[in-house]
Ligand binder design. Structure first.
Ligand code: GLC
Length: 514
């Protein structure tokens, strides 16, 4: 039985890309002290937890998802002590911090990999997945070949410079494929436990785990990966029972069985997440179709035991900004949805003020098309939008050149701003258990073309009807109990009768049901 860190049940996360959040030493790149400085901003918005993208030593071929030393903060971000101070300052504000654990691969510059490339057998020979001949590539994976003394090809997970760590194969079918319980695979697992132990004992609250469902290979139905994570959870339960674990897996049925507390809804694969926010006709654009999303979500929800543990992000460092596809007040409707769904919501830095995807940037640190979503946070109207005092040409990435770019400061005292609306919605979520992570959800209307998305969220003593209607057509929805107090509305007053709620076009409404 999993122990649950209780704070997760009412958590609203803020995701920070450390490179571009806040630079306090004027070198043009964000740092840990910049995050510490901005904790009050995150607190004021109402977020209760932070996920920081990898901030460890790295050659930054994939923005830090290519770790060279798991136990050392990248010098460009500061020191391990700075990170510990961030944990401490965050805790004083009741904010929890998840680090990003990248257990599947390292950088090819990691000392483990350098040892692993040697011809002579050593402690790291089996740390990565190697074939036993340079002429055989690991089928189904990219590979690194011809750079080692050792005779073999090494599997890679993502970019060519990210060799895959060896956690074994669920069903080995080649001589070089090791079993999950082989000595080498178990040693990798223990090494990763040590990484977790290191940061948890320094005060971090848990991890967002990168590509969590892909560590054990040849594992089509996920059984091997579930078993691997159960073992890691057992270690955590023993040594760090409060450690929170959130997976980038996209299969809550499997990841929750593996002991993760929550799983992300992914923007790739079958989730239909993009139907809502990022496609030619996104639902929140006003003329799209959310019904395939609702069908898939409902299926995942049922199959994972009706637990509201699927986290829906506003965006992240891997996809276009929300504001790129969704405009004007529809952005508020998108947040009314995001902040009233089960699972912890994740707000990508800057999405709360409507920061845009910046087009035409040259790829930075393996960002490619993702680069435009990684530009500096827009704090205020000063130089570099208040991100850094460095000369503009020294910034990690340029700030959005749009003269009308939104800033956090300008939106602070504007009650009609996106920031104010997001803050209001977070406050409402926090005040109503039914709207939080574990509240139940029952869809009433599936957002088929011309229709709103509507659902009933419930906890032991409360039921709240939520309808979000980005179309311009009013919809009369029948309810199974008498509507009571209106908890929230935006964009037009609903018409309420004893057995129906009519939600106006371009509006959102939350109403208690008797
Ligand atoms: C995850 C990260 C992404 C990274 C990849 C490889 O999907 O979110 O940014 O490039 O894993 O580690």
């Amino acid at each position: 039985m999993n122990k649950r860190p209780e704070w997760l049940d009412n958590a609203v996360f803020y995701e920070i890309y450390p490179q571009t959040f806040r630079d306090t030493d004027g070198d043009g790149i964000g740092n840990i002290n910049g995050i510490t400085e901005k904790l009050p901003y995150i607190k004021e918005l109402g977020c209760t937890a932070i996920w920081i993208n990898p901030c460890f030593d790295s050659p930054f071929g994939d923005a830090g998802y290519d770790v060279r030393d798991y136990l050392k903060v990248a010098p460009r971000y500061g020191t391990n002590d700075d990170l510990v101070r961030l944990f401490e300052e965050a805790h004083k504000l009741d904010i929890h911090i998840l680090l990003d654990l990248v257990p599947g691969h390292t950088s090819w510059e990691h000392p483990w990999f350098k040892e692993s490339m040697k011809a002579e057998r050593n402690e790291y020979t089996d740390r990565y997945i190697w074939t036993d001949s340079i002429w055989e590539s690991p089928e189904g994976y990219g590979s690194l070949r011809g750079i080692s003394e050792r005779d073999g090809s090494c599997a890679v997970n993502f970019f060519t410079h990210q060799p895959a760590l060896n956690y074994g194969f669920y069903k080995p079918d080649r001589p070089w494929q090791q079993a999950m319980d082989s000595e080498g695979a178990l040693a990798t697992r223990e090494a990763m436990k040590n990484v977790m132990r290191f940061w948890l004992s320094k005060g971090c609250d848990g991890f967002r785990v990168d590509m969590a469902g892909t560590l054990v290979k040849n594992d089509d139905d996920g059984k091997g990966n579930v078993a691997l994570w159960q073992d890691i959870r057992a270690f955590l339960d023993k040594e760090f029972p409060e450690a929170a674990m959130v997976s980038e897996w996209g299969e809550p049925r499997q990841s929750l069985a593996g002991g993760f507390h929550m799983d992300f809804l992914l923007h790739f694969g079958e989730s239909h997440y993009n139907d809502l926010f990022r496609c030619e006709k996104p639902f929140f654009g006003g003329s799209g179709d959310a019904s395939a999303f609702v069908a898939k979500y409902t299926d995942s929800y049922e199959r994972s035991g009706r637990k509201g543990l699927i986290c829906i992000p506003s965006g992240n460092h891997d996809m276009d900004r929300l504001a790129y596809h969704i405009h004007g007040d529809n952005r508020k409707l998108a947040f009314a949805f995001l902040l009233s769904m089960p699972g912890a919501p994740y707000i990508y830095y800057g999405d709360e003020i409507g920061m845009n995807y910046v087009e035409g940037l040259v790829s930075k640190e393996g960002g490619y098309g993702r680069t435009g979503s990684r530009t500096p946070m827009q704090w205020d109207g000063s130089a570099n939008a208040g991100f850094s005092t460095a000369p503009a040409e020294k910034l990690y990435l340029p700030t959005d050149p749009d003269a009308d770019r939104p800033t956090a400061e300008a939106q602070l005292n504007d009650e009609n701003s996106l920031r104010s609306e997001v803050k209001k919605l977070i406050g409402i979520r926090k005040a109503h258990k039914a709207l939080q992570s574990l509240g139940d959800i029952e869809f009433v209307c599936d957002g088929a073309p011309g229709k709103p998305l509507a659902y009933i969220r419930s906890s032991e003593n409360e039921r709240i009807f939520v309808a979000v209607n980005p179309t311009d057509i009013p919809a009369k929805l029948t309810v199974d109990a008498k509507p009571g107090e209106k908890v929230y509305s935006f964009g037009g007053e609903p018409e309420i009768t004893p057995d129906s709620i009519t939600v106006q076009g371009g509006s959102a409404v939350f109403v208690k049901l008797a």
